[in-house]
Write a protein that binds this ligand. Structure first.
Ligand code: MG
Ligand code: ZN
Length: 222
């Protein structure tokens, strides 16, 4: 089958893009320095719309709020639905509405961080906008990255998006309770993930019930 791929320099805004990406990396490094200065461990969560990123943050916050002072930055195109849910789980929350932007960048995260009382935080979750493509190129300054894939996305998300899972430290296969209805075998997704990145930590979860959350929390070293 004929497949068309852009060659070097064939994407029209490539030089502009290089500049943006370099600036983002600089700002991400600044974010990291600021977080480190205050002893804050930051984790960002990436994945498709509806994969369960917010439910995962809620589950992690619920489990860890006795041990750590938790804040969250939730990125959404428009609503504050996710922010309200995470707040109800006991975290202080800053919402970023990106408008038409399909990912968080280090500058937006820097703005959000400046709204937080950093002395009062040990652990920061950053929920990205639901997207499997751009977050790869936009590090935010976090210490660890989680990529979530739900079995309800069907069998091909992992093989189609190797970069995002290769970028992650931990992959979460979510909604495992629905795997039979979806005819998706979580173990097959896990094998695909490990083919992309052999040292990737993989957890299988049901973020509605909390099943598998010990593995996630353990993998994060928290
Ligand atoms: Mg969400
Ligand atoms: Zn984007």
């Amino acid at each position: 089958m004929k497949v068309i791929e852009p060659g070097d320099g064939e994407i029209l805004d490539i030089e502009l893009e290089e500049d943006f990406l370099r600036r983002n990396r600089e700002l991400a490094a600044e974010n990291r320095r600021l977080l480190d200065k205050y002893g804050i461990h930051a984790i960002d969560i990436m994945g498709s719309i509806g994969s369960g990123k917010t439910s995962l943050v809620v589950q992690m916050a619920t489990r860890l709020k006795q041990k750590y002072k938790i804040a969250a930055i939730t990125g959404d195109v428009t609503t504050t639905i996710d922010a309200e849910r995470v707040k109800a789980a006991g975290a202080s929350v800053i919402e970023i509405n990106t408008g038409k932007e399909c990912h968080l960048d280090a500058n937006l995260v820097r703005k959000a961080i400046s709204e937080l009382d950093l002395r009062e935080i040990d652990l920061l979750f950053i929920e990205n906008v639901g997207n499997l493509i751009c977050p790869v190129d936009f590090p935010l300054g976090s210490h660890q990255r989680i990529a979530v894939v739900a079995v309800t996305e069907g069998p091909y998300t992992v093989v189609k998006h190797p970069f995002i899972f290769g970028e992650a430290d931990i992959a979460v296969i979510n909604k495992i309770d629905l795997c039979q209805a979806m005819l998706v075998e979580p173990e097959v997704l896990k094998e695909q993930l490990l083919r992309i990145k052999p040292n990737l930590m993989v957890a299988k979860t049901n973020c509605m019930t909390g099943e598998g959350l010990e593995t996630v929390v353990g993998s994060l070293g928290l």
